[in-house]
Design a protein around this ligand. Structure first.
Ligand SMILES: [Zn+2]
Length: 153
C-alpha cells in the first residue's frame, strides 16, 4: 500500500466495518497511521464515556410537536406565483396575455394532435391488434395493482 488511508478508513477499521489485512499490515508499519488510529481510538473512547442512560420523556416530543406551527408552504408558493405574474404583467403589458393565449393554443393543439394520432393509429390497426393491446394494458394494470397491494400489505 503506497498511500496512507484516510481517517475515515481508520474509523471504519476501528468500528469493525473494514478488516482488510493490507490495512492492518500498513497500520503495523506506518507510524503516522498508527498515531492517527490511536487518536481516533481515543476520541471514540471519550465519546463512549459521554454516553448516558438518560432519555427524554415521551411527552416532550408531543409538546414540541404541538407547539410547532406548520409552515404555510402552499400559501407562500401561491403568493410568489401571484407576485411573479403581477410583475410579469406590469413589466411587459400584453406579454402575459400573449403567453397565456399561446400556451392555451399550444396545449390544445398538443391534445388534438394526440387524439388525432390515436384515432389514425386505431384506424390503421387490425382489430385483433387493438384487442391484444387492450389485453396487454389490462395485464399491466393487474400487475401494477398486485405490486401495489404487496407494497402496502
Ligand atoms: Zn500510513
Amino acid at each position: 500500500m503506497k498511500d496512507c488511508p484516510d481517517a475515515l478508513t481508520w474509523q471504519a477499521v476501528l468500528d469493525g466495518e473494514e478488516n482488510d489485512p493490507a490495512l492492518l499490515e500498513h497500520l503495523a508499519g506506518c507510524p503516522a497511521c498508527r498515531a492517527s488510529y490511536r487518536e481516533i481510538s481515543a476520541a471514540a473512547g471519550l465519546a463512549g464515556a459521554l454516553a448516558t442512560e438518560a432519555t427524554l420523556p415521551p411527552a416532550v416530543a408531543r409538546r414540541i410537536l404541538r407547539q410547532a406551527k406548520p409552515f404555510p408552504a402552499g400559501l407562500v408558493a401561491a403568493l410568489l406565483f401571484c407576485l411573479l405574474a403581477a410583475s410579469a404583467a406590469l413589466l411587459q403589458p400584453g406579454g402575459l396575455s400573449w403567453w397565456f393565449s399561446v400556451g392555451v393554443v399550444r396545449m390544445s393543439s398538443l391534445i388534438l394532435d394526440g387524439l388525432l394520432g390515436a384515432i389514425l393509429l386505431l384506424q390503421s390497426l387490425d382489430p385483433a391488434m387493438i384487442l391484444l393491446a387492450a389485453l396487454l394494458l389490462a395485464g399491466l394494470e393487474i400487475l401494477v395493482l398486485h405490486k401495489l397491494k404487496v407494497t402496502e400489505g
